[in-house]
Design a protein around this ligand. Structure first.
Ligand SMILES: *Cc1c(COP(=O)(O)O)cnc(C)c1O
Length: 468
C-alpha cells in the first residue's frame, strides 16, 4: 500500500486555499460565490487528471498559476458565445455570419424596439388596435407599386404560408427547372408537401414552355408558381417561360401567379454591374399577383420574408392560422421598416445600407485600403510575405452565384505557421476574424470589413502571429 507520504495527490490544494488566493480577491465581487467554487473545483479536478497514480513524491503545485486559470475560466464563462466577428472573406451575404449587416438606422430602430415599448399593434391616433404589418404595407406599396404586403419570419416561411393559405389540398404548377434546394434542407418539393399543396411538375430540367403549363391546368389547380433559381444556373440549351407570359396564362384561367424571387432586390442591381437579379417591383409591374423575397439578402435588412402583391390574397394569407407561427417580431419589424424607408431614397440606400455599399465597392476604392493594411503588416513580426493582389469576391447568400465581384485582397503568409493554423488562430482571437484560405495563403478581402474595424483587424492579425 502506498503511504500517505508517497500519495501523489497529497499536494493538491483544498478549495479554500485557492479561494483565499490574492489573485481572486477582486473577482470575488463580480461573480457569484457558487460560480467561483465551481471554477476552482473544475481546475483542481483537471490538475488531478494530470497526476498519474503511480507517480510518487512531492509534485510541486503552482498555486499562482492555478488561481490564474480559475480567474480566466470565470471571466470566459461570462462572455456570450455569440459575438461580433470581422468578416474578411469578401463574401457579402455570408449566411453563417448572419447575412446582411444592418444599416445604422435599422440597427438603432431594432435596439429601440427591443429595449422599450412601441406602438406595435396600436394606432396612436385612435387608441385602437392596429396591425403590426401597417408600416411595412405602406412603404412596400410605395416602393413596388403593389396594393399590399405582409412580412413573416423569413422567405421560407413566406413560401410555406402562401402555399398553405392559397393552395392547400390543391395543385401548384412549377417548372422542373425551378425545383430547387436553397440549403439547410429547404427544398421546394418538400415545403410543398408540408404546406398540404400538391406539386404539379411541368417541362424538363432545361426546357419548359408555356404550353407545358397550359396542359397541366385543371379544375384542381390553385396557383402557377415561378421560383428564381438563385443559387444555380442552367446554361446551354435552355428555355424558361417569361413572367409576363405566365401572367397572361394565369389571367386567362383566373389563376394567381406567385413569383418567388428569393434574393429580394428592390433596387436594380444592373446599376452595380450585376445584371440578372430579379427586382421585386419589376415582377409586380409584369403582373405577378404575389412576389416573395428575403429581407436579409440583397435588400440588406433583417431576416424576414416579404409577401408583396394583391390585397385580396394578402388578406387571405393573414387570416391563415399558421400566420401566428411565422410571425415577425418587433425588432425585426422595426429594422425592416427602417431599411425599407432608406430604399425610398436609392442614393441614400446605396451609401447607408452596408450590403449595397459593399457590393458597389470597386477595385480602385479597395486598392488604397488594401495597400495601407499591407504597409502596416510588413512591420509585424511573424510574417513571411505580404502581397496586395487582384482577386474576386462573391455576393453569397444564394444570390448571383456566377457573378464574381472584382476585388483587391491582402495575401499573407505566416512564418513557420501553416495557413490553416493561422486562419484558425484568427478565428478564435478577440475579435474573431474570418479570412479566406487560398493557394497556401490567408487572404483578407476588405470589401466586407468596415473601415472602423481596420485597426482591430491589424491587431488581431498581429496577435494571431505571436509565438506562444
Ligand atoms: C433564399 C431563398 C429562399 C429562402 O429565403 P430565407 O429568407 O433564407 O428563408 C427562398 N426562395 C428563394 C428563391 C431564395 O433564394
Amino acid at each position: 500500500m502506498q503511504s500517505m507520504r508517497d500519495n501523489p495527490f497529497r499536494n493538491l490544494p483544498a478549495v479554500h486555499q485557492v479561494l483565499d488566493h490574492p489573485f481572486l480577491c477582486q473577482i470575488k465581487e463580480r461573480h457569484a460565490h457558487v460560480a467561483l467554487l465551481d471554477a476552482i473545483r473544475v481546475e483542481i479536478a483537471e490538475l488531478r487528471e494530470k497526476i498519474k497514480p503511480q507517480e510518487s513524491g512531492n509534485l510541486p503545485i503552482d498555486l499562482d498559476a492555478l488561481a490564474g486559470r480559475v480567474r480566466t475560466r470565470l471571466e470566459n464563462s461570462t462572455v456570450p458565445l455569440l459575438r461580433s466577428v470581422i468578416n474578411a472573406t469578401g463574401i457579402v451575404l455570408h449566411t453563417n455570419l448572419g447575412r446582411s449587416p444592418l444599416a445604422e438606422a435599422a440597427a438603432r430602430a431594432a435596439y429601440d424596439a427591443g429595449r422599450g415599448y412601441l406602438n406595435l399593434e396600436l394606432d396612436l391616433a385612435t387608441g385602437k388596435r392596429s396591425s403590426r404589418q401597417d408600416p411595412i404595407r405602406d412603404v412596400l406599396a410605395r416602393l413596388t407599386g403593389a396594393e399590399s404586403a405582409t412580412a413573416v419570419n423569413n422567405c421560407a416561411a413566406a413560401t410555406l404560408i402562401v402555399l398553405r393559405a392559397l393552395a392547400s389540398g390543391r395543385e401548384v404548377i412549377v417548372s422542373r427547372g425551378q425545383l430547387i434546394e436553397i440549403g439547410g434542407s429547404f427544398r421546394i418539393p418538400e415545403i410543398m408537401t408540408v404546406s398540404g399543396a400538391t406539386l404539379r411538375e411541368v417541362g424538363t430540367t432545361n426546357i419548359t414552355r408555356i404550353g407545358d403549363y397550359e396542359k397541366a391546368i385543371g379544375p384542381n389547380t390553385a396557383l402557377l408558381m415561378r421560383i428564381h433559381p438563385s443559387n444555380y444556373r442552367i446554361r446551354g440549351f435552355t428555355q424558361a417561360v417569361e413572367l409576363a407570359e405566365l401572367v397572361e396564362l394565369g389571367r386567362k384561367h383566373n389563376l394567381p401567379v406567385i413569383d418567388d424571387v428569393g434574393s429580394g432586390a428592390l433596387l436594380d442591381f444592373a446599376e452595380f454591374g450585376l445584371p440578372g437579379e430579379p427586382v421585386a417591383s419589376e415582377s409586380i409591374t409584369a403582373g405577378a399577383d404575389l412576389v416573395l423575397c428575403s429581407g436579409d439578402k440583397l435588400l440588406g435588412g433583417p431576416q424576414a420574408g416579404l409577401i408583396i402583391g394583391r390585397r385580396s390574397l394578402v388578406e387571405r394569407i393573414e387570416k391563415d392560422p399558421l400566420m401566428r407561427a411565422v410571425r415577425i417580431d418587433k425588432m425585426m419589424l422595426a429594422a425592416l421598416e427602417a431599411t425599407l424607408r432608406l430604399h425610398l431614397h436609392p442614393e441614400r440606400a446605396r451609401k447607408e445600407v452596408p450590403t449595397l455599399r459593399m457590393i458597389a465597392l470597386t477595385p480602385s476604392e479597395l486598392q488604397p485600403r488594401a495597400e495601407a493594411l499591407a504597409a502596416k503588416l510588413t512591420s509585424i513580426s511573424g510574417i513571411a510575405s505580404v502581397q496586395v493582389r487582384e482577386e474576386t469576391s462573391f455576393v453569397g447568400g444564394g444570390s448571383l452565384p456566377d457573378q464574381p465581384l472584382p476585388s483587391v485582397v491582402v495575401a499573407v503568409t505566416a512564418e513557420g505557421m501553416s495557413e490553416e493554423a493561422f486562419a484558425s488562430r484568427l478565428r478564435i482571437g478577440h475579435p474573431a476574424v474570418l479570412a479566406r484560405i487560398q493557394d497556401g495563403q490567408v487572404l483578407f478581402d476588405l470589401r466586407t470589413v468596415f473601415e472602423e474595424q481596420e485597426a482591430d483587424l491589424r491587431e488581431a492579425i498581429a496577435e494571431a502571429l505571436k509565438k506562444e
